[in-house]
Design a protein around this ligand. Structure first.
Ligand code: PGA
Length: 244
């Protein structure tokens, strides 16, 4: 797994016409360089697959069911995502935690199923503004990470972790490189207690990553890349972020 990674999280945006234009421009702009993933809405996974099959870009999903199969109306199983060619699956995005009441245990189960289907989970952790202001950042992100480590153990070395402070997502308010680096270093240290492979996984920063702040953020020693929401829908912005 390349340590340098940029992941576009399209969230609930796009349609087949705009997606095709965006993916075509990304393919020509990236010119064969790897380490870039686009996480598209479920209905467009097959479109991503047919357009990107021969390219260096890979595609993934934004969520997955915590069940393997069966009577779970509306859910999408990890095996189905594998079948659609996904390389990565985001689990535990703060919008899932916040709007769908997902617990760290549920997210840990999802991460386990993604691994079982031989894809890479991108495990999101991050504190709210109130938690940061009450100096609970470390406690919160460790609890979120530990729930996953407790479930999958040394397989944490087969994941990607994304630190996304909730107060920085879609707000235009980016964590300073110092704030982000501090949390990344703590996460790296915590992962290192599992083993040295775990300490070497890609640690992504997410939360209002833009063309003009990507280089400074990615220049921090423990920030290996980004999980990019809004800016991943804009070709120029996203290509500049990948370039950084
Ligand atoms: P943003 O979203 O880049 O729009 O802040 C990041 C994310 O939610 O993954």
């Amino acid at each position: 797994m390349p340590r340098r990674l940029v992941v576009g999280n399209w969230k609930m945006n796009g349609d087949s016409v705009t997606n095709a234009a965006l993916l075509q421009s990304l393919m020509s702009g990236l010119n064969g360089s790897g380490g870039v993933v686009v996480c598209v809405p479920f209905p467009y996974l097959h479109q991503a697959r047919s357009l990107l099959a021969e390219s260096s870009l890979t595609w993934g999903a934004q969520d997955v069911s915590a069940h393997r199969q069966g009577a779970f109306t509306g859910e999408v199983a990890a095996g189905m995502l594998k079948d659609a060619g996904c390389s990565h699956v985001i689990v535990g995005h703060s919008e899932r935690r916040q709007y769908h009441g997902e617990s760290s245990d549920l997210i840990a189960q999802k991460a386990g199923l993604v691994l079982e289907s031989e894809m890479t989970p991108i495990v999101c952790v991050g504190e709210t503004l109130a938690e940061r202001e009450s100096e609970r950042t470390e406690e919160v992100v460790f609890a979120q990470l530990d729930a996953v480590i407790d479930r999958i153990g040394a397989d944490i070395a087969r994941t990607v972790v994304a630190y996304e402070p909730v107060w920085a997502i879609g707000t235009g308010r980016t964590a300073t490189p110092e704030q982000a680096q501090t949390v990344h270093a703590l996460l790296r240290e915590r992962l290192g207690r599992v083993n040295s492979d775990a300490a070497g996984i890609p640690l992504l920063y997410g939360g209002s990553v833009k063309a003009d702040n990507a280089r400074t953020l990615f220049g921090c020693p423990d920030i290996d890349g980004g999980l990019v929401g809004g800016a991943s829908l804009n070709v120029r912005e996203f290509l500049a972020i990948c370039g950084a």
